[in-house]
Design a binder for this molecule. Structure first.
Ligand code: ZN
Length: 214
């Protein structure tokens, strides 16, 4: 149906999240119509971003510097750390302009079905950070799902000896994604946070391995 280089381009584009076969074809045909210089600039931008953007040494948010802008900002409150699954969640929370503390990005949630245990996340770094810095509060802000709840409770258990652990009060349905919550919902959830409660799920969590990773 397509000449080989075009088929390859469509196939690559289709691997991107949210891009189906039709969108991939439309993007590919658009790319072919643009001047070569423009496409070279796009390709270079992709390579530069991939090479230059890494993870903050302190909070694991995406940054081109050793330490991210949020961590470096002296006006941010170091006494509050908000724990999120992904850098996308930092961006979503920053958009609310309600939160003035710092973050910790886990890099995912505990999901034994997908082979993701505590050691695949930045959990050991979080425990070290909290035990050393002793912030006044750690806010758990993980999208509500079975895995998200398990992760929240597991971490709350680990951090309780060092600080007050709260969870943001989602007005979101189970499976609702932090990233897609509108800014007002998210700001309200942050405002209505409460101390993490012990729940029966903690019995399951006790069977999870002790953190040994990063
Ligand atoms: Zn940072």
């Amino acid at each position: 149906m397509y000449t080989l280089p075009l088929a390859r381009l469509i196939e690559q584009l289709q691997r991107l999240p949210g891009v189906g076969p039709k969108s991939a074809q439309r993007l590919a045909l658009y790319i072919l119509k643009r001047p070569e210089s423009e496409i070279e600039a796009l390709a270079q931008t992709l390579i530069d971003a991939k090479k230059q953007v890494g993870l903050c040494q302190a909070c694991y948010h995406l940054t081109a510097e050793p330490v991210c802008e949020i961590c470096r900002n002296p006006h941010r409150d170091s006494q509050t750390i908000c724990v999120v699954a992904d850098s996308r969640d930092v961006i979503a929370l920053e958009k609310t302009r309600e939160y003035r503390g710092k973050y910790h990005v886990l890099g995912g949630v505990i999901s034994p079905m997908d082979g993701i245990g505590p050691e695949q996340l930045t959990l050991q770094a979080l425990v070290r950070r909290v035990s050393q810095q002793k912030p006044q509060e750690v806010i758990m802000a993980i999208s509500p799902s079975v895995e998200g709840e398990t992760t929240t409770l597991y971490i709350a258990g680990l951090l309780k000896p060092f600080t007050r652990v709260t969870s943001i009060a989602f007005g979101l349905p189970m499976g609702g994604d932090l990233e897609y919550a509108d800014e007002i919902t998210l700001a309200k959830a942050l405002e209505g946070r409460r101390v993490s409660q012990q729940k029966p799920q903690e019995v399951i969590m006790a069977r999870l391995p002790i953190v040994t990773g990063k």
